[in-house]
Design a protein around this ligand. Sequence first.
Ligand code: DGY
Length: 333
Amino acid sequence: MEKKRSLVFVTNAMADLEGLAGEDPLRELKERCECRIWPAAQGPSHADLLEALEGCQGLLCLISDRIDADIIRSSSELKVISSCSVGVDHIDLAAASAQGIPVGNTPGVLTETTADLTFALLLAASRRVAEGDAYVRSGKWKSDSDWGLASFLGVDLHGATLGIVGLGGIGQAVARRAQGFGMRVVGWSRSGDSVPGVENVEFSELLAEADFVSIHVALTQETLGLLDARAIGRMKRGAVLVNTARGGIVDDLALAEALAEKRLAAAGLDVFDGEPIGSDHPFVRLDNVVMTPHIGSASTRTRLRMAQLSVQNCLAGLEGRPLIHTANSEGLR
Ligand code: DGY
């Protein structure tokens, strides 16, 4: 008798990636399992997720899907949750561990790509690239006399100190880039591990010394609000803050206040507390903020590799094999 195939709910058809790769990133999953694929570009609501997951052994999701304890408990047959992301703060890991469900994620493959975007934001924020672009497009740059010695002055990277909060893979990749730019690099991580070319300092020292602060920790209970009003208040006057990690680590309103008062020179932000942000968000009114819509890992090659890895994690979990990357291995022990 033929073995019954596992049923997997996939929250995104990955159709755009198919066009880029020339092949369906979900091909292997579709060949080996029964796939229930969410048809719309906009992901499923909480209610849709609850309904669609019924009877499924696998779930393949994105960061935009909130996988809470109700969702996790809704399918008694669920054997694996695989997220096409490195971050897993959208998934209730404790609830998954309590059910003995491994949660797969995709670290490693997006490290360099995210470090590149971090540097793009660092440069764009410090050299006012978006502001300059808007000025040119608006037609305000009309005559030679609009070029002034003191127009669009920014902050130099070379010779400045970069403070890296979190020295995991992405933090280290950012440190390597900073060394090439002639920056002094200081770093803080909870583990205290040392990294070549990075001076380990206390968090408070980092805030006090860094001309640029870049965030590279995961969002957890411990890092929620790490850069709150008090921490922002301890940053150097005229410093630049970059966040390509997660919203929630930074208090956005306190940051907006510091930027509006020019206590901080600028910020480059790819992530926000509550995404997407609306056009009425305080950041939108500030010229000294450069924003991107959570695209740290968005290069063609990296997104394809993330998709492939998430499929492999999903298949491993369904077949009872160890996942390539398990985000809740501690909790499962
Ligand atoms: C991740 O993978 O966690 C990024 O934030 C999105 O690609």
